[in-house]
Design a protein around this ligand. Structure first.
Ligand SMILES: Cc1cc2nc3c(=O)[nH]c(=O)nc-3n(C[C@H](O)[C@H](O)[C@H](O)COP(=O)(O)O)c2cc1C
Length: 182
């Protein structure tokens, strides 16, 4: 079952359980499933109509969220590793897939996020990268910090000559395979 440690520790949960939420166009939560509530330690009334940055962890670089919103606004789906905070100050790592959702008339009415348990090996790679990106944000105002870590992420990908999408989906796939073999 789910393991919960003392303050500031990583929360784990069964890898076959998905964390699901839905938001409106502005990122306010309109739906949360039971796994979301169990892992984040929030009850439904504390989540509904709240902005999704409620569970934002301070270790997350701003540039990653810039890329997330930019991708969604282009009508594309976003994949990414996200460190989230729980209500009591613990944290958990997810591999998120966020997609636009459409009403019956085909108008975009919000976004869905389905999050999977992030494999250990991926978390190692990602947390080292995010630490570097946070260093690039240091001492900067919000907007400049966003640009700095976004640029840092682009540089990282350029060095590897990969698109963000190819790099992130490959990292998930490769580390999942290791988790299954090991
Ligand atoms: C469907 C959806 C799911 C999101 N899930 C998360 C999440 O799990 N954690 C998170 O920090 N931000 C999430 N976001 C992004 C937040 O809306 C927000 O951009 C981010 O937390 C940065 O907040 P800030 O700009 O106030 O620092 C999600 C956005 C959408 C549209």
């Amino acid at each position: 079952m789910m393991t919960r440690h003392s303050q500031g520790r990583r929360i784990t949960w069964p890898a076959d359980q998905l964390i699901v939420s839905k938001t409106d166009l502005k990122g306010h939560i309109t739906y949360a499933n039971r796994t979301f509530m169990a892992v984040s330690d929030y009850a439904e009334p504390q989540l509904l109509s709240r902005p999704h940055n409620l569970i934002r962890h301070p270790d997350m670089p701003r540039g990653v969220f810039k890329l997330l919103w930019q991708t969604l606004q282009q009508g594309k789906e976003f994949f990414g590793f996200v460190k989230n905070s729980t209500a009591n100050g613990d944290y958990y790592w997810v591999y998120a897939n966020i997609t636009p959702s459409y009403d019956l008339d085909g108008r975009k009415d919000g976004y869905f996020s389905v999050r999977r348990y992030a494999p250990e090996a991926a978390v190692g790679t990602i947390s080292a990268l995010y630490r570097q990106l946070k260093i690039q944000e240091q001492g900067l105002e919000r907007q400049e910090a966003t640009e700095a870590s976004y640029r840092g992420l682009c540089d990282y990908l350029e060095q590897r000559q990969q698109s963000y999408h190819d790099w992130v989906t490959r990292l998930y796939r490769d580390t999942m395979e290791v988790a299954h073999v090991g």
